[in-house]
Ligand binder design. Sequence first.
Ligand code: 0X9
Ligand code: CA
Ligand code: CA
Ligand code: CA
Ligand code: ZN
Length: 447
Amino acid sequence: MRLKQLRGRRTTAVAALLTMALAVPIAAQADEDSPHNGEAKASAEVPRQYEVKGADTAAERTKLARTGVSVDAARKGSVVITADSAQLKKVHALGYATKDLGGPPLRNSKGVKVKPGVADFPSDDSGYHNYDEMTKAIDDAVAKHSDIISKQVIGKSHEGKDIVAVKISDNVKDDEAEPEVLFTHHQHAREHLTVEMALYLIKEFGDKYGSDDAIKKAVDGREIWIVPDINPDGGEYDLTDGEYQMWRKNRQPNEGSQEIGTDPNRNWDFKWGCCDGSSTDPGAEDYRGTAPSSAPEVKVVTDFVNSRVVDGKQQIKAAIDFHTYGELVMWPWGWTSDEVTDGMTQDDIDTFKAVGKDMAGSNNYTPQQSSALYVTDGAIDDYLWGAQKVFAYTFEMYPGDSGSDGFYPPDEVIEKETSRNREAVLKLIDNADCMYKAIGKEEQYCK
Ligand code: 0X9
Ligand code: CA
Ligand code: CA
Ligand code: CA
Ligand code: ZN
């Protein structure tokens, strides 16, 4: 049985055993008919999700992550991870029992297959946008609402795809003295719902500007930046031949290794690699890269954020970085479980909590400091706060920790799960003129 035939089938004991037994020989064998033949790793093993019994504290989840797996959902009494067969062995070596939850789903129930070599969603999920469809949706919105929406290319991915920033504001062509707010999306390749979140916001602001008072207030009073796709190479790779690949990282090769990719969300230039919150192993899901901003996509967005410093002042006041999944609203720090620290005063953390909880009240996510999930270093929110003093949040979108849709919810949920964040986004935008007003200290900090 070929790996391709196994991939995507949901849990059956036979498939699970076969995968475990055959994973190494298959990964090692040359794959003659693979369209990727000749690349560094011709036929990569598609990782699967497992439920790990126990491991329900932040410390245990952090330790689990050090095996190179990604920690996807923190449940009561267990955790869901993504692992390849080598990583799974390390998890077992720690003494944990695991249950196979299966590989990524097949979503071509009508038997419609995409052309080999083409990166697109399987036909059942055609409501999602691949890179070209996303670009077209953005260009259409700019054409339709050119008075309030503009687009700029801020740089290129490793493979040379454009990384764009969309700006939404009145007098959009002018850099006005309005608080700026940043929304970033799709650091992790398989988290496709986050691109839909960006497209929802662009459409909502564009189409409702003339009819919705809250939208008009946000657009007139702020400069809103949306980076819909930080990791276009990874996102497209995840759609190889119309079959989900369970891919997380970017697609940058690693010198001296067959393993591909850096985890963008461990590569930001603040306390990079400081605290056992990322991996030095290029095969790990959370590989931090060779240096801060060594991932070109992270460098591009870092340069963009730096470009928003005008007259020595960072114009971006608040930000959300969208991920899936877990239904969480998180704030810094990720590198430590401490609250008040160098670079985080009591007023700062109180403000993060006040606005974070307010947003979570509107979308029914769980609000928490990000290190309560597990320790991370080099994550974007720590960078934005630590290096730029931007009040930066990380949202984990649908599904929740107990949900079974995982990274691949069917396209039927897109509208509900993106519009679910409308009020949270508007709340952050509203607070962005003075985040400290959320704790009643506008006078002290913002006059
Ligand atoms: O591990 C991550 O990068 C995020 N989870 S995901 O499943 N989408 O990969 C969570 C990051 C939490 N840490 C910080 N926000 N600092
Ligand atoms: Ca569908
Ligand atoms: Ca404006
Ligand atoms: Ca400005
Ligand atoms: Zn993510």
